[in-house]
Each structure stands twice: as structure tokens, then as C-alpha cells.
Design a protein around this ligand. Structure first.
Ligand code: ZN
Ligand code: ZN
Length: 411
């Protein structure tokens, strides 16, 4: 018997370095994880450089690599992926940007880069979409709200470039920047000009919005400006189902990860109450994953939260969240006809408070795998496993081979 389906479960930023709080064990080593440990005992383990040894991956570049789209060939910046994740269909050549709603004062000083962490921006984004007009510049745009204070923007038009600066001064108390072309190419100058015009018009429209006037009355920060960054030109991604002959879906709280899924042709599955933080609806995510696997051949499931604790440098919180994840994974033990791979997209050591190039633990469970002697899922135990040390771009080939979908090379 061979499994037919594949679940790739990315435990975002779960791996770490030794922490003094735990007698120099990692949070994953210190955590009580009976479900992951059972899967490790019944599966094959290893460690993985999601991009290459010593490279510190972003979540975006790492996920591209894990899906078999090497970032050095495919990655054109975060903007187009965020735009996709916010529901904008990015066509080849379009320029995508990430956006924050922000607050500026009358002098143009940024007083809050997140507009008081505003969360209900739908009406604001609709007003921008309806009222901003860039037709005199020959540019069409799509603007959509994302989670919280976030949004995304995409430009479509002839002769647009992506080498442009941001209007975000990156700190509060500083003046809003103007967009500049980073080269002397007319394409980049045209994009910078369109961005300056877009931000000017958007600012005027936002000031007039009833929602902002109500916020000001309540003493909340109005969302009266958009900070735009992460410009990138949408490239071409060979569709996942053509590349692998499998129909796939993506389940993730982060728009960036959903966007990566949809740019390669995975179907997004929305789950109520998923936040990407420790209070996320994990049970709902697991239930959605199991029901999606009845229809799809492949599911990419991203579970965030441990990454956030790593960025906060909070080893105790990270350990506790790992235990919550482990409990939520229990129903996956009963999955039939499915190969499950667990890994991280990168390590997020509490001592670094950011991503590091340390390899991540990898576990593959399911029919047909050569069970090795590893009986715990953690960075150290997995390093002794039968998969040894592989690169992220080899994960899909290994999984496809285990479900007998690999094409023979030679006679
Ligand atoms: Zn990540
Ligand atoms: Zn992170």
C-alpha cells in the first residue's frame, strides 16, 4: 500500500537554539509533545536547510523553496505575494506592494505606523478603490484590505518597474518620505510617480471618511495615510497541478503564506478565527485540513505562533505554544492514505529574536517510509534520522517519490 495524498505541515519558526531557561535544551526539546513524538517514532526523520546551509530564510522564500520553487529563480519580493494573499489576482508583469494604514499629523509626520492598530479597514479600502484615479498616468490599480492595519496594492499598466523606494520612514516621529525611482529607468520613474499620486489622493480621501472622523472623536488614531513598501513585479510560476499532477490547497493565517500558495495555483481555504498568533483556532485549522484532504491531493498547512514567541524572545511562551500545537495535531494520527511531512520554514531562536540559518527538524510519516530509530521530534533527535540533512527544494521530490508519483530518470 502506498499513500496517495500529501500533507505538508509547516510549524512556522518552531526550531530554536539551546536556551538557558531549559538547561540548554531548545523549547521543542523541553516541550511535552506526545503526538509529534509518536509520529517521529513511526516515521523517518532528518534535518533540513530550507534554502541552503547558513542562509537565513524569510517565511516567503522558505515556503517557495519547500514547494519546489527555488526562490533564487522565482522570488521577486514580498509585495506580489502579499497582494495575492489579500485576494488580488496578480497577473504576470503587475507590480505588487504591501501596505500599512498609518496616522500622520498636519505636518506630514508619521505619528503611528499602524493607525492605532485599526482592524476594520474595509470601508476605507473600498473608498480608495472607488475614488483614487490614476488614469491620467496610464495606470490601473487594485487595492484591498488585509488583516488588521494591513492592506495591499497592485498596479497594472504599460512600462511599470518595481525598483522604487517606500514612503515609510520606518519609525514614528519622522516625516513621510516621497517615493523615488531607484534607477534612472523610465519604468521605475513611472511607478514612483504613480505611487506619489496614489498616496496623495488616498490621503485626501481617507481624511474625509466618516470612520476616521468617528475615530478622531473617540480619541483613536485616524487611518489617514497609507505606507507602501515591498514593491515587486509578478513573475511566472508553473502551476502546481501541472508541475506535480496534484490538486492542492493552502490553509494559513498569514496572508503572505496564503499568497504564496495561490501564486503557485493552490486553492485557499479560509478558516474562521485563525489569527497567526497563540490564540489561533488550531482545532478548526486541523479539521479543515482533514476535510480538505478528502478533495485535494496535497495540502499545505502553516501553523504560526511559535515564530511569534521566538521573535519576542520568549522561550517559555514558545514551549507552551508548541505543547498547544502538539495537542491540536492529535486527529492527524488517524489520517489514512496520506503522507504527512512536518517541518519548520526556518528556525526563530529566542536568543536571536529573528530567523536564523540553523537547519530545521523534518519528519515524514506514512505508509512506505523506512522507519528509523528516532523517537522524538526535535532539532537534536531528528539530526540522527534516516533522512540525514537535505535541502528544502528536495522535499517535494522525496515526498512525490514516496507516493509513487516521481518520474523515472533514464531507462
Ligand atoms: Zn516563517
Ligand atoms: Zn518570523
Amino acid at each position: 500500500m502506498t499513500a496517495e495524498k500529501i500533507l505538508l505541515c509547516v510549524l512556522d519558526g518552531i526550531s530554536d537554539r539551546p536556551c538557558p531557561e531549559f538547561g540548554y535544551r531548545t523549547p521543542l526539546q523541553a516541550a511535552h509533545t506526545p503526538n509529534l513524538d509518536t509520529l517521529a517514532r513511526e516515521g523517518i526523520c532528518g534535518i533540513m536547510d530550507t534554502i541552503a546551509p547558513g542562509i537565513r530564510p524569510g517565511s516567503d522564500t522558505a515556503h517557495l523553496s519547500l514547494l519546489g520553487y527555488p526562490p533564487e529563480r522565482y522570488y521577486t519580493g514580498r509585495g506580489p505575494l502579499e497582494a495575492e494573499g489579500c485576494g488580488i489576482h496578480m497577473e504576470r508583469g503587475m507590480i505588487g506592494f504591501r501596505v500599512n494604514y498609518a496616522t500622520i499629523d498636519d505636518e506630514g509626520i508619521v505619528t503611528d505606523r499602524r493607525a492605532g492598530r485599526i482592524s476594520d479597514t474595509g470601508a476605507l479600502s473600498r473608498a480608495i478603490q472607488e475614488e483614487v484615479d490614476l488614469s491620467s498616468l496610464g495606470v490601473e490599480f487594485v487595492f484591498r484590505s488585509g488583516a488588521g492595519h494591513r492592506a495591499a496594492l497592485a498596479f497594472r499598466g504599460e512600462g511599470l518597474g518595481a525598483a522604487v523606494s517606500s514612503n515609510d520612514p520606518k519609525k514614528e516621529g519622522a516625516i513621510l518620505h516621497r517615493f523615488e525611482a531607484l534607477t534612472s529607468k523610465p519604468e521605475d520613474r513611472k511607478t514612483a510617480e504613480a505611487l506619489n499620486e496614489f498616496a496623495r489622493q488616498a490621503g485626501e480621501i481617507l481624511r474625509e471618511q466618516p470612520l476616521n472622523q468617528e475615530r478622531e472623536k473617540r480619541g483613536d488614531q485616524p487611518a489617514n495615510m497609507v505606507l507602501i513598501r515591498g514593491a515587486g513585479q509578478m513573475g511566472h510560476y508553473e502551476p502546481f497541478n501541472e508541475k506535480y499532477g496534484m490538486k492542492g490547497s493552502v490553509i494559513a493565517a498569514a496572508t503572505l503564506i496564503t499568497g504564496i500558495g495561490t501564486v503557485v495555483g493552490l486553492t485557499r481555504v479560509d478558516v474562521q478565527g485563525i489569527t497567526g498568533s497563540a490564540n489561533t483556532n488550531l482545532e478548526g485549522k486541523i479539521r479543515a485540513t482533514i476535510s480538505e484532504l478528502e478533495k485535494a491531493d496535497f495540502v499545505l498547512l502553516n501553523i504560526k505562533g511559535a515564530d511569534e514567541a521566538g521573535h519576542d524572545g520568549n522561550a517559555q511562551k514558545k514551549k507552551e505554544f508548541i505543547e498547544v500545537i502538539d495537542q491540536a495535531l492529535a486527529p492527524l494520527q488517524d489520517l489514512e492514505n496520506c503522507l504527512i511531512a512536518f517541518c519548520a520554514d526556518h528556525s526563530t531562536p529566542c536568543s536571536v529574536k529573528d530567523h536564523s540559518g540553523d537547519p530545521v527538524p523534518l519528519l515524514i510519516h506514512g505508509e512506505g517510509v523506512r522507519v528509523d530509530g528516532v523517537d522524538r521530534y526535535d532539532e537534536i533527535a531528528c539530526a540522527g534520522g534516516g533522512l540525514h540533512r537535505i535541502r528544502g527544494e528536495y522535499l517535494m521530490p522525496v515526498l512525490l517519490d514516496l507516493v509513487n508519483r516521481s518520474r523515472k530518470y533514464g531507462a
